[in-house]
Structure formats: structure tokens, C-alpha cells
Design a protein around this ligand. Structure first.
Ligand SMILES: CC(C)(COP(=O)(O)OP(=O)(O)OC[C@H]1O[C@@H](n2cnc3c(N)ncnc32)[C@H](O)[C@@H]1OP(=O)(O)O)[C@@H](O)C(=O)NCCC(=O)NCCS
Length: 173
């Protein structure tokens, strides 16, 4: 199985629409539109075009040639400008094969190489154990917990805050 990150562009629009319409939304914010239309995809691809490589990195997760996931690191502003937020989603038939663990490793390396950041943050709902494992396998540290911060589908959940610091430069370089 080959797992690659590729820039989003118009040629992947239908993959994006299929991914977002088929997504398991249990642990996602409600801001992802449903149904996810071509207009939604156009808006998002425009945003990617504007920000990619400047204050964020946005990639399709391509497995054996097909875009089956999305992974992004979006920069923050003001005093948080050295921080950025990681997010990801994978089509359900591809879960449990190590794909997002590998995609996360690739995007974090790329982000620290290309953007002037000190850290990457990820926020995860307490019951989302798969996402927490993905982060922990990539060296993210659980830094804090906001109690009852998330209200989704009539349930209150804690929000876990994970962080990954930029690797130290080699002291002898
Ligand atoms: C979270 C998500 C991206 C994980 O992707 P994935 O490619 O299946 O993840 P991986 O296979 O790389 O790793 C998953 C890990 O979680 C573990 N896991 C899965 N379900 C679990 C559960 N219920 N409890 C404990 N661990 C669990 C797996 O065993 C694996 O860990 P291991 O390698 O130590 O065995 C995917 O489930 C998804 O798209 N979910 C919906 C969207 C979402 O939640 N996005 C994140 C928002 S913060």
C-alpha cells in the first residue's frame, strides 16, 4: 500500500465531494456541510489555493492512487502565529490500516520544513480514541483537557488538547 500526500486541486474535486459526503461525522465539528455540494468543494478549493504554503498546508491523502482522506495544518493568527491546527478525515473503508498515522508523520515533517512554526496543535473529543492513538504514535503530547467543552448529538464531551513541538535543531550543526 502506497500512502502519499498530494496537493488538492480541481482534478480531485469529485474525490473531495465523495469523501465529505461519506464521512463519519461522529467526532467532527458541525461546520462540515452536509450534503457536501460542488459549491462547498469550490469554496474550499479556493481557500486551499489562497493559503497553501503560506499559512497552512492542505493535502489529499492518496492511497494507491485514490484520494481517500484529507489532512490539513492551518496556521493561527495574532499571538498564536507560531502555532497551527492539525485536522484529518479518512474514508471509513480505509480505517485501521495505519494510513492516518503515516499521513500525520508526513504532514508534520513537511510543515516544520516549510512554515515558520514552533508547534502543531490538535484538539480531539474524549471518546475519539483512534484519533488520540494517531497523535500519540506521532509524538504528540496530551497537554490539557477542557471539561465539557464539546456538545455534539446531545452529549457533552471533554476536549483533549495535544501538542507537537518543532524538533530541536542538531546542536552541532
Ligand atoms: C481518526 C482517523 C483519522 C484514524 O485514521 P486511521 O488511518 O484509521 O488510523 P490508524 O490506523 O493510523 O491508527 C488508529 C489507531 O487507533 C486505534 N484504535 C482505533 N479504534 C480504537 C478504539 N476504539 N479504542 C482504542 N484505540 C483504537 C487503532 O488500533 C490504531 O492504533 P494501533 O496502531 O496502536 O493499533 C479515522 O478514524 C477518521 O477519519 N475518523 C473520523 C474523523 C475524525 O475523527 N477525525 C479526527 C478529528 S480530531
Amino acid at each position: 500500500m502506497q500512502i502519499r500526500l498530494e496537493p488538492w486541486d480541481d482534478s480531485r474535486k469529485q474525490d473531495l465531494i465523495d469523501l465529505c459526503n461519506g464521512a463519519d461525522r461522529t467526532f467532527l465539528t458541525n461546520r462540515l456541510p452536509y450534503p457536501y455540494t460542488e459549491a462547498d468543494a469550490d469554496w474550499w478549493l479556493g481557500k486551499v489555493h489562497e493559503h497553501d504554503g503560506k499559512d497552512g498546508v492542505f493535502r489529499a491523502v492518496v492511497v494507491d492512487g485514490k484520494a481517500v482522506g484529507n489532512i490539513t495544518v492551518e496556521g493561527k493568527s495574532d499571538v498564536y502565529c507560531k502555532d497551527a491546527e492539525l485536522g484529518y478525515i479518512l474514508a471509513t473503508p480505509y480505517w485501521g490500516k495505519g494510513i492516518m498515522t503515516e499521513a500525520t508523520a508526513q504532514i508534520c515533517a513537511l510543515v516544520f520544513e516549510t512554515l515558520d512554526l514552533a508547534r502543531i496543535t490538535a484538539e480531539v473529543y474524549a471518546p475519539n480514541k483512534a484519533s488520540q492513538r494517531v497523535l500519540e504514535k506521532n509524538g504528540f503530547v496530551l497537554e490539557g483537557q477542557k471539561r465539557n467543552a464539546v456538545f455534539k448529538n446531545s452529549a457533552l464531551w471533554d476536549l483533549y488538547i495535544y501538542g507537537l513541538l518543532k524538533p530541536e535543531e542538531n546542536a552541532h550543526d
